[in-house]
Unconditional design. Structure first.
Length: 267
């Protein structure tokens, strides 16, 4: 009996140790949390692209949405998804925003590649769903391409991405802002930006939004504009907001070391 009991205890111990090792690995709370965030980002990006690009393609094919309707649709879907999953993943839906948050130490750097992958997958799936449902021709392309010169669109993408990240930084990272209004502020900014830049550059502000339709419809015209422009714009917008963020430290102190950006973003 003693030998049998000892053997049973050893087996139980092995199982318990194995369970702990498993829990501390792939099934750990941290891993589950990250997985939930990635799923939320993919779903959010899917619906942002499905609704926003959907309004574009439906207007091109049937002419019922109108340009103001497209602008409002983009702003509304982003606002809705911010309120739906913002508390889970932060509701980036945009590789440029994710990169900027990481640069300014408001997002873990190691999660950046996974977030970007989830966002691009969500965009591809949203674009693919539209393609399967509506069977568009080449002239119904619902991605973003320059109407004028690529340089003109590049400049527009930088400016409107700057304003988007500036607003996001204000309402989502500053404790003095009214956080409950973040979705409305961000959605409204997108509406304004699409009204201004939509007829010129397509008002992407988001590399994932551009990549999805480009991959599905094999149209990569001036794709660099919509990858580099939003990233440069959001980095500049985040940096500028951090410069004016309230701090009680003298300028010479917050700029004298490599921790300049970190010290500013922690305020």
């Amino acid at each position: 009996m003693t030998s049998s009991s000892n053997s049973n205890m050893e087996e139980i111990t092995k199982v318990e140790n194995g369970s702990r090792d498993w829990d501390s690995g792939f099934c750990s709370a941290a891993m589950v949390n990250v997985t939930q965030k990635l799923i939320a980002e993919a779903i959010g990006t899917f619906f942002v692209v499905f609704a926003g690009c959907g309004s574009v393609i439906v207007n091109k094919m049937y002419g019922e949405v109108t340009f103001p309707g497209i602008c409002i649709t983009w702003g509304l879907i982003v606002m809705v998804m911010v309120y739906s999953v913002g508390h889970i993943s932060g509701a980036h839906f945009n590789p440029a925003v994710t990169i900027t948050f990481a640069v300014f130490r408001r997002f873990p750097l190691k999660q950046v590649p996974f977030y970007i992958l989830a966002q691009v997958i969500g965009s591809i799936l949203g674009s693919g769903a539209l393609y399967l449902l509506l069977s568009p021709e080449a002239e119904h392309f619902y991605g973003t391409t320059p109407v004028g010169s690529p340089i003109q669109s590049f400049a527009f993408e930088i400016i409107i991405s700057f304003s988007l990240m500036f607003v996001i930084s204000g309402v989502a990272t500053d404790t003095r802002a009214i956080g409950e209004l973040a979705g409305i502020a961000v959605g409204s900014t997108i509406v304004i930006n699409v009204f201004i830049a939509g007829p010129i550059s397509g008002a992407s502000m988001n590399p994932a939004r551009t990549l999805g339709p480009a991959i599905i419809m094999n149209n990569y015209k001036a794709i660099w504009v919509y990858i580099l422009g939003p990233i440069l714009g959001t980095l500049a917008g985040g940096f500028t907001y951090n410069l004016i963020r309230f701090t009680d430290k003298p300028l010479r102190e917050i700029t004298k070391s490599s921790s300049f950006l970190g010290s500013m973003t922690r305020k």
